[in-house]
Design a protein around this ligand. Structure first.
Ligand SMILES: *Cc1c(COP(=O)(O)O)cnc(C)c1O
Length: 226
């Protein structure tokens, strides 16, 4: 069972990265990103011990959720169109892509309970990336401070897909530093204790820089669509 073997290897890498930085490995949660794989493979991940699943499209999420509801925490990691908020917001455990005020407003309107949200930050400034510009994040948090259904549990980013590991590291450090700034605002609905950063190619660096959630697709469950 290769998912199980991948997961063991990833856990070993996480353990080592944590040791280097004097972190507890229990601080790091692995999200298996199942957007490119079947329900069966997602099930294998759960059997291997994975506790969190991530999907980036509403249809993919609903397909997995229908069968695996209760067996894992569900993370919505893709851009969420406002008109689709109602389809997922009361089922997911975490939203990683809060990237605009209109989305926060729609969540406020549609959610029955407080939703754990990560603000998606565009740390690299690439046009192709979604997310709020780093310099606008504190303002954004202030604007939604009275929202009762939006809880800013942390910040999320996607580093650019580049070779230069030290450059990638600077983006993760920037997100960590921004997290500290948000925490210092002391806003009731923005404890901001989590950092969602790191994917198959860069999760080790992300953990060294403070990630508490890593979103791993291809290195863990593979990519059945290619
Ligand atoms: C697809 C995806 C991932 C996982 O990517 P891999 O490189 O396959 O690990 C992580 N985060 C987001 C937001 C994604 O869309």
């Amino acid at each position: 069972m290769t998912v199980k073997r991948n997961y063991e290897e990833i856990k070993e890498t996480i353990r080592n990265a944590c040791q280097r930085r004097n972190r507890q490995e229990t601080e790091v949660n692995v999200i298996a990103v199942t957007k490119y794989v079947s329900l069966k493979t997602a099930q294998e991940a759960i059997e291997a011990g994975v506790k969190h699943l991530g999907e980036n499209r509403v249809e993919g999420f609903l397909e997995k959720f229908e069968t695996l509801n209760g067996k894992a925490k569900f993370h919505f990691i893709g851009t969420l169109q406002s008109r689709k908020v109602k389809d997922v917001i009361n089922e997911i455990d975490y939203l990683h892509s809060l990237d605009r005020l209109s989305l926060a407003k729609e969540i406020e309107k549609r959610a029955e309970n407080e939703v754990n949200c990560f603000i998606q930050v565009n740390v690299s400034g690439e046009d192709s990336k979604h997310g709020i510009a780093p310099e606008d994040v504190k303002d954004f948090v202030e604007k939604i401070k009275d929202y009762s259904k939006v809880k800013v549990v942390g910040l999320m980013t996607m580093a650019p897909n580049i070779e230069d590991k030290e450059k990638i590291r600077t983006y993760f450090r920037d997100l960590k530093s921004l997290q500290m700034d948000v925490q210092a605002l002391n806003i009731r609905n923005a404890p901001c204790l989590e950092l969602s950063m790191g994917m198959s190619n860069d999760y080790e660096i992300a953990i060294e820089e403070g990630a508490t959630f890593v979103r791993i697709g291809s290195a863990l469950v593979g990519n059945e669509t290619i």
